[in-house]
Design a protein around this ligand. Sequence first.
Ligand code: AVI
Length: 317
Amino acid sequence: MTKNTTFLKDVNDGLSQKVKHISSKYFYDKKGDQLFQQIMEMPEYYLTNCEMEIFKEQSEAIISAFNINENQEFELIELGAGDGKKTQYLLEKLLEKHLKFKYIPVDISQNSLDVISTRLKKIFPNLHIEAMQGEYFQVLEALFQSKNPKIILFIGSNLGNLNDEVAHDFLHKLSDNLKWGEKLLLGLDLIKSKNIVLPAYNDSAGITKAFNINLLERINHEFGADFNLEKFDHFPYYEEEEGIAKSFLKSKIKQSVFIKALNKSFEFAEGELITTEVSRKYNDKILNKILENSNMEIQEKFLDSENYFADYILTKK
Ligand code: AVI
């Protein structure tokens, strides 16, 4: 199946359910990538600044925790690399130390990979970089072909966009591929109060709204659908006890939407929701539960000054 037919099938399946949903992995077309870049600049979206601070201030300590053998070339693999602006601090320090490594950014978006490769080659002419396009689950095998030791970066709380079961399966699969002592640097947003989390998913400039609605625009473009973008609202939700920020698209009226590529109409009641994203927030207990029996354990945790965000170093046992 091509990427596009999988997307079409997922749209059909998701909109045919009693509780409608479309996966957030489809947010990231070219416009979606740009909107996400803008979200990261929003004052309400604290995640990026907090993790940036950790990388800026604590890269030296993070590298120590990696326990790198200076005589051995290793691979630094970044899953969901995005724009690489945080990783830049780590790369700078690794290069300063003349450590031998290849940086492999992996992303679903070829566009993001092109941007990151061009930018990093300009800043670090000596950096050995080899980008890989694909979805995390699908590229794992290809990534573990080489015998060199690996350090995996999975930052930006990207894990949070997977529900707990999928996150569990993913980390277990990743762990199965790691050798004893190899590390995973896992950046996770921590559970905190609603008055901080909710605005991050509902910025006053309306960028997150545009990011969510762009999913419908994408379906219009790619599959000849007639979603009226004015007739859907961005609806964010967060409760601290649950610790999961959720985004929905809410139908403002009772309406019918035709998708040409499926030759099918879908009915929406007034106020009906389409789930488009979950962004889980974590604490040690939740992470340990997900890691149960994975043969990976928390070795160290780096926090920002507000204690909003954590970069965990996990070690394979
Ligand atoms: C990529 N991911 C970790 C972001 C998040 O916070 O869940 C995506 C995002 N969705 C809305 N704003 C940002």
